[in-house]
Design a protein around this ligand. Sequence first.
Ligand code: GAL
Length: 422
Amino acid sequence: MKLCHAMFFIALYSGIAISGNAGGESTDKNGEKYSPKILAETPPMGWSSWNYYGDRINEKIIIDTIDNMVSSGLRDAGYIYVNIDDGWQKYKGSRADHPLVFDEKKFPRGIKYLADYAHAKGMKLGIYSGPGNTTCAGYTGSQGNEKADAKMFASWGVDHLKYDSCCSHQQASQKVLKQVFGDMSQALQASGRPVVFHACHCGWQNIWQWGNSVGANQWRIGQDISDDFNYPGNREGYYFDVLDMIDRGVGLEQYSGKGHWNDYDMLIIGLHGHSKELVGTGASDTEYRTHFSMWSILSSPLLIGASLDNLTKEDLDTLKNKEIIALNQDALGLQAKRYVSNGDLQIFAKPLADGSWAVALLNRSGQTAHMTLNFHQDLDLPWTKVMVRDLWQHKDLGTFGDSYQAEVQSHEAKMLVIRSGW
Ligand code: GAL
């Protein structure tokens, strides 16, 4: 009954039939029906090296990060990918002149050692390359060697590939981009290893419209994030702050779903203005919480971009809020829509698998505001009484009739789950 309820709302919500991407049934060799497992069935959660370390990475950093994910409880909260970004390669310069091999000064025991290490701890390992002759940081890319590289990554036991065309194919047409991403996607499939495929093209050429068709499991919807909640203007014409990124995703809900996610870029929680790769002076705890809440309800991949050594208690509490993470990992796999846009006061919401709804009351302004959620007028819900739960207070707030009103601090998002309370 609950599922039917949820299905009814999704049909209303998306205005479309539930798509085949949710994984159709197949028949195995004994004639039994089964649903094949979709790669990245929920948004990937983990950590990525770039935004804090840049290319100053090495084996110790990766091992320490894996250990830290386990001891801090992050792994058990769902963060299982440890993704090595650009800078693991030995050579800078064109692939035509150099092989793609790991830098043994940084990674003396190689990448397979790290994949084995991650797997032994119940985690997964990611790697980075790109379709160009060189990557963004100038290291050798995969151009012309897609099959061999995919095979090599698979033989190392890699579980995630960020394949980055932002620098090499900045001016490329959609046709060329589909070709280069499609080539690597097919090469990964041919390798026989399930490798989550991140097609990273900085949100250019409407990649959300065709990313799924070339086998991508996630794609960035914008350029690099900055460690800032709301910086006036678009930093250096390239960096998006948290609010820019949220705006960028409005209207893209239909492209995100099980196995193929709109990626709002790595989390900035814990950077506190110390990234050498990103611009920005950091954000307050409230702003980091809002950022996390929004990335979660929007079903973005959740990849921590900070050094785990620098996380404060508040950062960890934010990253480990199970009730917020549950919105991100919900079985329906929907990205929240913006239902109300009243200047700086905005309401995002989405149905959840158990028939309830997740709601974000987002105050983008510089002042505290009173925000009202009208259950029927705003979300068209049929319920006569509505139970409201606050996901940061971890508290049921009671049962309400037509509306719920809350005081929302500047740059705060009140995160609610509402359900029929009849
Ligand atoms: C950029 C990308 C970053 C990082 C960097 C590595 O294009 O947006 O997230 O991967 O390349 O050089």
